[in-house]
Design a binder for this molecule. Structure first.
Ligand code: IPE
Ligand code: IPE
Ligand code: MG
Length: 238
């Protein structure tokens, strides 16, 4: 089992494979998304009970808008339902709810439910649950660069003050630590525009298991693999 000091503080997950899970069962893709919500619930509660500090879930990318309109609409409806239905679970588990991404690009009714979850959980002291919604890693960096450029233009910041530390303060993730462990389900060996800045030294773990099948035991596998890793950050271990 994992020693506590070897647990990742921040876990990020690319929840992929809902469509393939459904296809294997000759079901509609949306059924895969519906089943995927159950994995979100189980993994969130499991991480909270293990005292993981933060769980960041990639739920909808900027690129996902290019899917058929019907799928996008159903995903937004499902997201709204999730935000309402999971509210008591979030509060019961002392979880603080946050989001990253271009939230103003989401449907207004979804934005409203997000606001309620953030507001109602703002004083919670347990795990931070962060949903990446309408999120793109490159967009995040461009948005940060724009805000930074404006501050320089307005004379609030000098060029000399810009370093990695300062730049980080302009990212959506300014308040967070970088992920220690990035999990991707459904086997694809790519990052799909997720947290490009933040994962520079994150440990990666990919499983062929599709997201709707991802359960506690798979999380355990990832955690025990992580516990064996030696993180060197370009240096040497004595
Ligand atoms: C992940 O599952 C959910 C989202 C990207 C919203 P997919 O819908 O990408 O499932 P596959 O990759 O087609 O199997
Ligand atoms: C990544 O999955 C995005 C989310 C999990 C929200 P995709 O299914 O969109 O990624 P690609 O298209 O396989 O790279
Ligand atoms: Mg996919």
């Amino acid at each position: 089992m994992n020693e506590n000091n070897k647990l990742p503080g921040h876990i990020a997950i690319i929840m992929d494979g809902n469509g393939r899970w459904a296809r294997k069962r000759s079901l509609n893709r949306i059924r895969g998304h519906i089943e995927g919500v159950k994995s979100v619930r189980e993994i969130t509660e499991e991480c909270a009970s293990k005292h993981i500090k933060q769980l960041t879930l990639y739920a909808f990318s900027r690129e996902n808008w290019s899917r058929p309109r019907i799928e996008v609409e159903l995903l937004m409806r499902l997201l709204k339902r999730y935000l309402i239905k999971e509210r008591p679970t979030i509060l019961k588990n002392n979880i603080r709810f946050t989001v990253i991404g271009r939230i103003d690009g989401l449907p207004k009714d979804v934005q409203r439910e997000i606001e309620i979850n953030i507001e109602e959980s703002r004083h919670n002291t347990g795990m931070v649950l962060c949903l990446a919604l309408n999120y793109g890693g490159r967009t995040e960096i461009v948005d940060a660069a724009k805000r930074l450029a404006k501050e320089v233009k307005d004379g609030k910041l000098s060029l000399e003050e810009i370093d990695e530390e300062t730049f980080k303060n302009y990212l959506y993730t300014s308040e967070m630590t970088d992920p220690d462990l990035l999990i991707r389900t459904a086997g694809e060996m790519r990052v799909s525009n997720f947290l490009l800045w933040e994962i520079s030294y994150t440990e990666l773990w990919v499983t062929p298991v599709c997201w709707p099948d991802f359960r506690k035991k798979h999380l355990e596998e990832a955690l025990s693999d992580y516990a064996k890793r030696e993180r060197r950050y370009g240096g040497l271990i004595e």
